[in-house]
Design a protein. Structure first.
Length: 313
């Protein structure tokens, strides 16, 4: 249903990142006036804003007067958070709290992107009302960020999502697509985690959920609080790698499933499956089948079709 609001305005933080690009595109292609901001990779396409600079944040929000702010910017790499805890906390917690305050100041609806890693993974699937218990510092900072935005602006929506993939600029942008080289180079065996249960989710689907949530909110002010969205195909990294091989008719016999829990890096929850029925009951949602989504995301990086990359990029 169309909401007739002249020039609906949305501000997207982290618009240069994997999710932010998809969110920007989704709103932009659906009659929203979208402004994206980023930091290192912002120009020329997006506004360059350091989210830790509260004056710059205040100015862009007061100048643009967005109806909606989708806050995608975060330090989302668990191992980096462990090694740089202060910087991660500044971005994931302090900057989010400030953004929530500024959103309240102009009456903007803030969607704060959070993570399934707020749960310990011992009793899935998790509803929005289940008590979080993050195992690693990344999950802890995102949970603190959730609390900070809701304390500073009770009109906020928190959207928890799991591992993401989509149209990447570099394979390392996603924990899913980064496996492609190991899949393609079948001359050497590759160990793949077959312990942690994941639910790979396409950024296009999350972007659609953000837009649907924003549009519903414009009709219904009770749309706020915590929500979950996720793909519904349960896979370990090993199973994802096999599905990727299958999608491109590549061999997978060199991929070795490792069923022990990982001993290095930040602790990961075994299965933090999110229950998405709350959004589904609102008629919100979109899911791209993994094989179709991963083929679309990865074919530009297919080595034996290297010429395609120049056409595609």
């Amino acid at each position: 249903e169309d909401v007739d609001i002249p020039s609906r305005r949305v501000l997207i933080t982290g618009a240069t990142g994997l999710l932010g690009r998809a969110v920007f595109k989704e709103f932009n292609e659906n009659n929203w006036n979208a402004v994206g901001c980023g930091y290192r990779r912002a120009q020329p396409r997006f506004e360059q804003i350091n989210l830790l600079d509260s004056i710059a944040v205040h100015d862009i929000i007061h100048d643009f007067q967005p109806h909606v702010i989708v806050h995608c910017a975060a330090e989302r790499r668990p191992d980096i958070v462990e090694s740089h805890p202060d910087a991660a906390s500044q971005l994931n917690v302090a900057a989010s709290a400030n953004l929530a305050k500024e959103a309240a100041g102009v009456g903007a609806f803030l969607i704060y992107i959070s993570t399934d890693y707020v749960f310990d993974g011992t009793s899935p699937p998790y509803k929005e009302t289940d008590v979080p218990n993050p195992l690693n510092l990344y999950g802890k900072t995102k949970l603190e960020g959730e609390k900070a935005v809701l304390e500073n602006n009770e009109e906020t929506a928190v959207l928890r999502i799991p591992v993401l993939y989509g149209e990447v600029e570099r394979l390392e942008e996603s924990a899913v697509t980064v496996m492609f080289d190991k899949v393609q180079f079948s001359n050497k065996s590759a160990n793949m985690d077959h312990w942690q249960q994941r639910f790979p989710t396409n950024v296009k689907d999350v972007a659609a959920v953000c837009r649907q949530l924003a549009e519903k909110r414009m009709l219904d002010p009770s749309i706020k609080g915590t929500f979950h969205w996720s793909g519904n195909e349960q896979m370990t990294k090993y199973e994802m790698a096999c599905a990727i091989a299958d999608a491109f008719n590549l061999p997978s016999s060199h991929l070795r499933p490792i069923t022990d829990s990982p001993v290095v890096g930040a602790l990961r929850p075994k299965n933090a499956q999110l229950d998405c029925s709350k959004l589904e009951m609102l008629g919100i949602g979109q899911r791209t089948p993994f094989r179709a989504g991963i083929r679309e995301s990865l074919w530009p990086f297919l080595v034996d079709k290297r010429w395609r990359q120049t056409v595609f990029h």
